[in-house]
Design a protein around this ligand. Structure first.
Ligand SMILES: [Zn+2]
Length: 224
Protein backbone atom coordinates (compact mmCIF):
# COMPACT_ATOMS: atom_id res chain seq x y z
CA UNK A 1 0.00 0.00 0.00
CA UNK A 2 1.26 3.48 -0.89
CA UNK A 3 2.48 5.88 1.82
CA UNK A 4 2.17 3.24 4.52
CA UNK A 5 4.82 4.90 6.74
CA UNK A 6 2.92 8.22 6.99
CA UNK A 7 -0.46 6.48 7.35
CA UNK A 8 1.02 4.44 10.21
CA UNK A 9 2.23 7.68 11.85
CA UNK A 10 -1.31 9.08 11.68
CA UNK A 11 -2.66 5.99 13.49
CA UNK A 12 0.16 6.15 16.08
CA UNK A 13 -0.57 9.85 16.79
CA UNK A 14 -4.34 9.24 17.11
CA UNK A 15 -3.68 6.51 19.68
CA UNK A 16 -1.19 8.75 21.54
CA UNK A 17 -3.88 11.47 21.77
CA UNK A 18 -6.17 8.95 23.46
CA UNK A 19 -3.42 7.44 25.67
CA UNK A 20 -2.34 10.88 26.93
CA UNK A 21 -5.94 11.97 27.56
CA UNK A 22 -5.67 14.82 25.06
CA UNK A 23 -8.95 14.15 23.32
CA UNK A 24 -12.22 12.28 23.80
CA UNK A 25 -13.53 9.54 21.53
CA UNK A 26 -12.68 10.18 17.87
CA UNK A 27 -12.71 13.96 18.30
CA UNK A 28 -9.02 14.55 17.49
CA UNK A 29 -7.54 14.45 14.03
CA UNK A 30 -4.05 14.14 12.59
CA UNK A 31 -2.31 14.78 9.27
CA UNK A 32 1.25 13.92 8.22
CA UNK A 33 2.95 15.35 5.13
CA UNK A 34 4.23 12.82 2.58
CA UNK A 35 7.80 13.89 1.69
CA UNK A 36 8.62 15.11 -1.81
CA UNK A 37 4.96 15.36 -2.74
CA UNK A 38 2.06 17.74 -2.27
CA UNK A 39 0.10 15.10 -0.36
CA UNK A 40 -0.81 14.46 3.26
CA UNK A 41 -1.98 11.35 5.08
CA UNK A 42 -5.05 12.43 7.10
CA UNK A 43 -7.13 10.64 9.71
CA UNK A 44 -10.58 9.50 8.56
CA UNK A 45 -13.82 10.85 9.99
CA UNK A 46 -15.49 8.90 12.84
CA UNK A 47 -13.25 5.81 12.98
CA UNK A 48 -12.28 4.51 16.43
CA UNK A 49 -8.54 4.83 17.02
CA UNK A 50 -8.12 1.31 18.40
CA UNK A 51 -9.58 -0.29 15.26
CA UNK A 52 -8.19 2.17 12.68
CA UNK A 53 -6.34 0.38 9.87
CA UNK A 54 -3.76 1.74 7.43
CA UNK A 55 -6.29 1.58 4.59
CA UNK A 56 -8.72 3.73 6.62
CA UNK A 57 -6.23 6.64 6.58
CA UNK A 58 -6.90 9.06 3.70
CA UNK A 59 -4.32 10.49 1.30
CA UNK A 60 -5.32 14.02 0.27
CA UNK A 61 -3.87 16.58 -2.17
CA UNK A 62 -2.89 19.72 -0.21
CA UNK A 63 -3.78 22.19 -2.99
CA UNK A 64 -7.08 20.77 -4.25
CA UNK A 65 -8.23 18.97 -1.09
CA UNK A 66 -9.11 15.99 -3.31
CA UNK A 67 -9.08 12.49 -1.83
CA UNK A 68 -6.33 10.57 -3.67
CA UNK A 69 -6.39 7.25 -1.78
CA UNK A 70 -8.43 5.68 1.00
CA UNK A 71 -11.80 4.09 1.58
CA UNK A 72 -13.13 6.65 4.08
CA UNK A 73 -14.04 10.33 4.22
CA UNK A 74 -11.24 12.55 5.60
CA UNK A 75 -11.63 14.29 8.96
CA UNK A 76 -14.35 16.97 9.16
CA UNK A 77 -11.56 19.43 10.09
CA UNK A 78 -9.69 18.82 6.82
CA UNK A 79 -9.83 22.53 5.82
CA UNK A 80 -7.87 23.45 8.98
CA UNK A 81 -5.18 20.86 8.22
CA UNK A 82 -4.91 21.93 4.56
CA UNK A 83 -4.65 25.62 5.48
CA UNK A 84 -1.76 24.98 7.91
CA UNK A 85 0.12 22.70 5.48
CA UNK A 86 -0.24 25.34 2.73
CA UNK A 87 0.95 28.14 5.06
CA UNK A 88 3.94 26.26 6.56
CA UNK A 89 5.26 23.84 3.88
CA UNK A 90 8.90 24.09 4.98
CA UNK A 91 8.82 23.53 8.73
CA UNK A 92 5.55 21.64 9.38
CA UNK A 93 5.45 17.89 8.73
CA UNK A 94 2.49 17.04 10.97
CA UNK A 95 -0.67 18.79 12.21
CA UNK A 96 -2.78 17.65 15.16
CA UNK A 97 -6.14 18.99 16.31
CA UNK A 98 -7.30 17.90 19.78
CA UNK A 99 -10.17 18.63 22.18
CA UNK A 100 -8.00 18.97 25.34
CA UNK A 101 -9.90 19.67 28.57
CA UNK A 102 -7.51 22.17 30.20
CA UNK A 103 -6.95 24.15 26.99
CA UNK A 104 -10.68 24.34 26.34
CA UNK A 105 -11.33 25.41 29.94
CA UNK A 106 -8.73 28.18 29.67
CA UNK A 107 -10.22 29.28 26.33
CA UNK A 108 -13.50 30.03 28.13
CA UNK A 109 -11.67 32.73 30.11
CA UNK A 110 -10.52 34.38 26.88
CA UNK A 111 -6.85 34.13 27.83
CA UNK A 112 -3.69 33.60 25.75
CA UNK A 113 -0.84 31.63 27.38
CA UNK A 114 2.12 34.04 27.74
CA UNK A 115 5.69 32.59 27.96
CA UNK A 116 5.39 31.18 31.50
CA UNK A 117 7.51 28.03 31.41
CA UNK A 118 11.10 27.15 30.48
CA UNK A 119 11.28 25.39 27.09
CA UNK A 120 7.94 26.89 26.02
CA UNK A 121 9.58 29.40 23.66
CA UNK A 122 12.18 26.88 22.45
CA UNK A 123 9.59 24.22 21.62
CA UNK A 124 6.38 26.17 20.88
CA UNK A 125 7.99 29.37 19.58
CA UNK A 126 6.54 31.63 22.30
CA UNK A 127 3.07 32.51 23.55
CA UNK A 128 0.05 30.36 22.68
CA UNK A 129 -2.63 32.65 21.26
CA UNK A 130 -6.37 32.11 21.52
CA UNK A 131 -8.21 31.93 18.21
CA UNK A 132 -11.77 33.35 18.48
CA UNK A 133 -14.70 31.02 17.89
CA UNK A 134 -15.68 30.04 14.35
CA UNK A 135 -17.90 27.22 13.14
CA UNK A 136 -16.09 23.83 13.35
CA UNK A 137 -15.01 22.55 9.94
CA UNK A 138 -15.37 25.98 8.29
CA UNK A 139 -12.91 27.86 6.09
CA UNK A 140 -13.32 30.81 8.47
CA UNK A 141 -11.94 28.68 11.32
CA UNK A 142 -9.10 27.40 9.09
CA UNK A 143 -8.10 30.97 8.15
CA UNK A 144 -8.28 32.20 11.76
CA UNK A 145 -6.18 29.26 12.98
CA UNK A 146 -3.41 30.05 10.47
CA UNK A 147 -3.47 33.72 11.47
CA UNK A 148 -3.30 33.06 15.23
CA UNK A 149 -0.76 30.23 14.90
CA UNK A 150 1.62 32.57 13.05
CA UNK A 151 5.14 31.13 12.99
CA UNK A 152 4.68 29.26 16.29
CA UNK A 153 3.64 25.63 16.94
CA UNK A 154 0.45 25.81 19.01
CA UNK A 155 -2.82 27.74 19.00
CA UNK A 156 -5.94 27.48 21.18
CA UNK A 157 -9.43 27.39 19.64
CA UNK A 158 -12.09 29.11 21.77
CA UNK A 159 -14.84 26.77 23.04
CA UNK A 160 -13.24 23.94 21.08
CA UNK A 161 -9.65 22.79 21.75
CA UNK A 162 -6.27 23.34 20.14
CA UNK A 163 -4.08 22.77 17.12
CA UNK A 164 -0.41 21.80 17.35
CA UNK A 165 2.21 21.34 14.65
CA UNK A 166 5.65 19.78 14.47
CA UNK A 167 8.36 18.63 12.11
CA UNK A 168 6.85 15.16 12.50
CA UNK A 169 4.05 13.41 14.38
CA UNK A 170 6.23 12.81 17.46
CA UNK A 171 6.99 16.52 17.82
CA UNK A 172 3.35 17.51 17.16
CA UNK A 173 2.23 15.20 19.99
CA UNK A 174 4.87 16.77 22.29
CA UNK A 175 3.53 20.21 21.37
CA UNK A 176 -0.07 19.24 22.20
CA UNK A 177 0.96 17.61 25.48
CA UNK A 178 3.02 20.65 26.51
CA UNK A 179 0.20 23.07 25.63
CA UNK A 180 -2.29 21.09 27.74
CA UNK A 181 0.14 21.24 30.69
CA UNK A 182 0.65 25.01 30.20
CA UNK A 183 -3.13 25.50 30.25
CA UNK A 184 -3.33 23.41 33.44
CA UNK A 185 -0.67 25.64 35.06
CA UNK A 186 -2.49 28.80 33.95
CA UNK A 187 -5.76 27.55 35.45
CA UNK A 188 -3.98 26.73 38.72
CA UNK A 189 -2.40 30.20 38.94
CA UNK A 190 -5.19 32.50 37.73
CA UNK A 191 -7.32 32.23 40.93
CA UNK A 192 -4.29 33.50 42.88
CA UNK A 193 -3.21 36.36 40.61
CA UNK A 194 -1.60 37.27 37.31
CA UNK A 195 0.93 34.66 36.05
CA UNK A 196 4.50 35.96 35.79
CA UNK A 197 6.51 35.32 32.61
CA UNK A 198 10.06 34.04 32.14
CA UNK A 199 12.77 36.76 31.88
CA UNK A 200 12.95 38.63 28.55
CA UNK A 201 16.59 37.66 27.96
CA UNK A 202 15.73 33.95 28.38
CA UNK A 203 12.82 34.37 25.96
CA UNK A 204 15.22 35.90 23.42
CA UNK A 205 17.75 33.06 23.73
CA UNK A 206 15.06 30.39 23.48
CA UNK A 207 13.54 32.10 20.45
CA UNK A 208 16.95 32.08 18.69
CA UNK A 209 17.11 28.32 19.31
CA UNK A 210 13.53 27.94 17.99
CA UNK A 211 14.28 29.95 14.83
CA UNK A 212 17.31 27.73 14.07
CA UNK A 213 15.11 24.62 14.41
CA UNK A 214 12.36 26.08 12.20
CA UNK A 215 14.81 27.03 9.43
CA UNK A 216 15.76 23.37 9.01
CA UNK A 217 13.42 22.06 6.36
CA UNK A 218 11.20 19.08 7.08
CA UNK A 219 12.82 15.85 5.93
CA UNK A 220 16.38 16.86 6.83
CA UNK A 221 18.12 15.09 9.69
CA UNK A 222 17.86 17.16 12.89
CA UNK A 223 21.45 16.26 13.84
CA UNK A 224 22.99 17.75 10.65
ZN1 LIG B 1 -12.58 19.80 16.78
Amino acid sequence: MAHEEQRDQVIWACRELARLGLTAGTAGNVSVRIPESNLIAASPSSVRYETMRVEDVCVVDVDSGDLIEGERNPTSELLMHLAVHRARPDDVGAVIHAHCVQVTALSLLGRDIPPIMDEQVAILGGEVRLCPHSLPGSQALADAVVEHLGDRRAVMLAHHGMLGVGRDAVQAITVCHMTERLAQIMLAVIPHGEPSVIPAEVQELERIYYDIQVRRKVGRRTSS
